[in-house]
Write a protein that binds this ligand. Structure first.
Ligand SMILES: N=c1c2ncn([C@@H]3O[C@H](COP(=O)(O)OP(=O)(O)OP(=O)(O)O)[C@@H](O)[C@H]3O)c2ncn1[C@@H]1O[C@H](COP(=O)(O)O)[C@@H](O)[C@H]1O
Length: 112
């Protein structure tokens, strides 16, 4: 299996685990606790972990960037589950964008 496929598989598996925590005991599951706190708290955690990833990039090590990125992806996965967004919805959008330069895409938007 190619590395990209493995990463996708890990996020799919994480999403399945996270989704199954809806309604679970918040005393024994951090994810369940997040779901009980609601969308605003989950979204706030995504923002915090994003900022921590940025700080790691500007002032810390590549290892710290990787660790903060994992926290960010976990919390993003919880937000997807909260919002009813499935990983395949995101993979589909990324796949559709493959081979389209971001510069060309931006230029086509600015003509609208
Ligand atoms: N990948 C993760 C993961 N990454 C980070 N975290 C938790 O995210 C939290 C983030 O730490 P913070 O200090 O920012 O959070 P906090 O201070 O507790 O929260 P607030 O005070 O901000 O509310 C820590 O408690 C981490 O353990 C994760 N918790 C769970 N998972 C995955 O989710 C699965 C299910 O976990 P549970 O729901 O806990 O069973 C696990 O098996 C893992 O695969």
């Amino acid at each position: 299996m190619a590395n990209a496929d493995k990463s996708q598989h890990i996020l799919d598996a994480l999403y399945t685990t996270v989704s199954a925590r809806k309604g679970a005991d918040p005393e024994s599951s951090y994810t369940a606790k997040l779901f009980t706190k609601g969308t605003a708290k989950i979204a706030q955690k995504v923002g915090e972990e994003g900022v921590e990833t940025v700080i790691a990039a500007l002032a810390e090590t590549p290892e710290k960037v990787a660790s903060e990125s994992a926290d960010l992806l976990y919390h993003l996965t919880v937000l997807w589950a909260d919002q009813g967004v499935k990983p395949e919805d995101v993979w589909k959008i990324l796949a559709e964008r493959q081979g389209i330069s971001g510069i060309a895409e931006k230029a086509s938007r600015s003509k609208d």
